[in-house]
Design a protein around this ligand. Structure first.
Ligand code: NDP
Length: 239
C-alpha cells in the first residue's frame, strides 16, 4: 500500500514510517525538516520517500498530494500525525500566537491533508485515514485548554468523517494515546524543558513510539471491512 504520513521527522511519525516500511508498504514521509527525513530515508531503504511539507501551508498540502499521486501512486493510507502542544498553562496568561499555531497545526493541518487526499480515495472506493488524537481530547487537565480542545476536534472530526464516508469503503480511525515518553514532544515541546520532563516520567513506564507504531501497523493490516473507530491507549500506570 502507499502511505502518506505527516510529522515523520521525529517521535511517533518517524517510528510509524519505519515500521510501515518494514511491513512492506511504500511510505511517503513528510515534515518540515527535510534533513531529518533524508536521514530517515537513508536508514529505511527505497520504500521510504521523503518529502518536505508544512501541514499549515494549505496550497503546499494540495500540491504534495497531487505530486505523490503522480510520482508515487494513489494514496491508500493517510496518517495525520503532525501535531504539537505549546504553552500549556492558565488560559488567562496564554500567548495567542501559541494557541493559533496549535489550531493551525492540529486542526487545520488535519483538515487540509484529509480534504486533499479524500477525492482520490473516494474515486477508488478504498482508503484508510488514521488521525492522531490524544487522551487530552477526552480528559481535561490544567493548562491543556487549547491543546486538549484541538484533540477533541480530532476525535469528533474522525467520527463525523466516518459517518460521511459510509458506503464509500473508506475507514477512519482516531488513535488517542496517553503519556508517552521519548519523543521530542514529550521531552521539550510539551513539558518545556528536559529536566521537568524527566521528573514527569521518573518511575513510570510510559508508552513509547514503538507501542504507537505497533498499533498503526495492526490497524492498517485489518481486513478492509473492519473499521476501528477509536483507540484510546494509556500506559498501565497512568491514572
Ligand atoms: P514530536 O514533537 O516528537 O514530533 C512531531 C512531528 O510533527 C515532528 O515530525 C514535526 O516535524 C511535525 N510537525 C510539527 N508541526 C508541523 C507542521 N506544521 N507541518 C508538518 N509537520 C509538523 O511529537 P510526537 O511524536 O510525540 O507526537 C505526534 C502526535 O501525537 C502529535 O499529534 C501529538 O499531539 C500526539 N500525541 C503525543 C503524545 C505524547 O505523549 N508524545 C500523547 C498523545 C498524543 P517538523 O518539526 O520537522 O515539521
Amino acid at each position: 500500500m502507499i502511505v502518506l504520513i505527516t510529522g515523520a521527522s521525529a517521535g511517533f511519525g518517524e517510528v510509524i514510517a519505519q515500521r510501515l516500511c518494514a511491513d512492506g508498504h511504500t511510505v511517503v514521509a513528510t515534515a518540515r525538516r527535510a534533513d531529518k527525513l533524508r536521514t530517515l530515508a537513508a536508514r529505511s531503504g527505497p520504500g521510504l520517500v521523503p518529502m518536505a511539507l508544512d501541514v499549515c501551508a494549505r496550497q503546499d498540502v494540495f500540491a504534495l498530494v497531487e505530486q505523490v499521486t503522480r510520482e508515487v501512486g494513489p494514496i491508500d493510507v493517510l496518517i495525520n500525525n503532525a501535531g504539537l502542544a505549546l504553552g500549556l498553562g492558565p488560559a488567562h496568561e496564554a500567548d495567542l500566537d501559541e494557541w493559533e499555531t496549535m489550531v493551525d497545526t492540529n486542526i487545520k493541518g488535519v483538515l487540509y491533508c484529509t480534504r486533499a487526499a479524500l477525492p482520490g480515495m473516494v474515486a477508488r472506493n478504498s482508503g484508510t485515514i488514521i488521525n492522531m488524537g490524544s487522551v487530552a481530547g477526552t480528559y481535561p487537565y490544567p493548562g491543556a485548554n487549547v491543546y486538549g480542545s484541538t484533540k477533541a476536534f480530532v476525535h469528533q472530526f474522525s467520527l463525523n468523517l466516518r459517518a460521511d464516508l459510509v458506503g464509500k469503503n473508506i475507514r477512519v480511525t482516531s488513535i488517542e494515546p496517553g503519556l508517552c515518553s521519548g519523543t521530542e514532544f514529550s521531552v521539550t515541546r510539551l513539558h518545556g524543558d528536559v529536566e521537568r520532563a524527566a521528573g514527569i516520567y521518573a518511575g513510570t513506564q510510559a508508552l513509547t513510539a514503538t507501542d504507537i507504531a505497533d498499533t498503526v501497523s495492526w490497524l492498517v493490516s485489518r481486513p478492509a471491512h473492519v473499521n476501528i473507530n477509536t483507540i484510546e491507549m494509556m500506559p498501565t500506570c497512568q491514572a
